[in-house]
Design a protein around this ligand. Sequence first.
Ligand SMILES: Nc1ncnc2c1ncn2[C@@H]1O[C@H](COP(=O)(O)OP(=O)(O)OP(=O)(O)O)[C@@H](O)[C@H]1O
Ligand SMILES: Nc1ccn([C@H]2C[C@H](O)[C@@H](COP(=O)(O)O)O2)c(=O)n1
Length: 250
Amino acid sequence: MEQLVVAIDGPSGSGKSSVSREAARRLGAAYLDTGAMYRAVTWHCLDAGTDLHDAAAVAAAVRAADLFISTDPDSEEVLIHGTDVTRTIREPFVSEAVSAVATNLAAREELVRRQRALIAGHARIVAEGRDITTVVAPEAQARILLTASEEARLRRRGLQLGGGQSGEDLHRQVVARDAKDSTVTNFTTASDGVVTLDSSDLDFEQTVQAVLRVVAGAGGGAQNPGAAKHAKMEGASASAGAANKGNPSP
Ligand SMILES: Nc1ncnc2c1ncn2[C@@H]1O[C@H](COP(=O)(O)OP(=O)(O)OP(=O)(O)O)[C@@H](O)[C@H]1O
Ligand SMILES: Nc1ccn([C@H]2C[C@H](O)[C@@H](COP(=O)(O)O)O2)c(=O)n1
């Protein structure tokens, strides 16, 4: 059976992670959050006292990183050197530091290599980030640039963080981070063959449906239509067989 790879990129707060995870469930596919990999190695550098401005030291730390990321859409789990950082990597101190690692080209090269290995290990996978459609998996059957207006993205992130953030904090975590990250990746304009999906005026469910339509149009439907229908009705998982119990060795 031909492998199904769905590649989704987009700016911060566009809904990549949440929409991709749900699309993966309904497709009976694995799910790869590549941003979590950048976050985990950033946490590790901070924890180890590595100077994030020392490009060689950061690259060495990333190459040596013992990193595990679950690819089961129903199990969010990220471990680095055995430490569970699943929650910590979402903290603002990591969000504010991560661009220093994401703009390190040697660190990117290493993480891209690992991401390709993870993708290759699954029969069906939805992978999301900033350079999946262009660098990591340009041969993916379905490639989507998921966008939303800046206003929608700031509003969504504010709601997601509980509404306690100042406008300045949100701007730093969404707009300023995108500005730094876009110096090394293109997630604002769609490359040839990439479908742009603007979710500004769509709710979450409509956005998931729009992604599934693009995948179906590219020839990749639900693995088992009954399971996908069930997942849609019950909000339950259709991800049997998608779990990854061990990442390829570095
Ligand atoms: N179409 C939508 N309408 C309304 N809310 C949405 C929509 N899509 C996603 N959301 C919500 O917006 C928030 C941000 O989404 P998410 O974390 O998936 O974005 P992201 O693009 O992965 O961001 P980042 O790259 O910064 O991690 C979440 O709370 C999510 O549930
Ligand atoms: N393929 C990727 C994925 C992520 N990044 C960078 C961009 C972000 O600043 C950071 C964390 O990503 P997020 O969790 O916010 O999606 O990692 C990247 O450069 N390439």
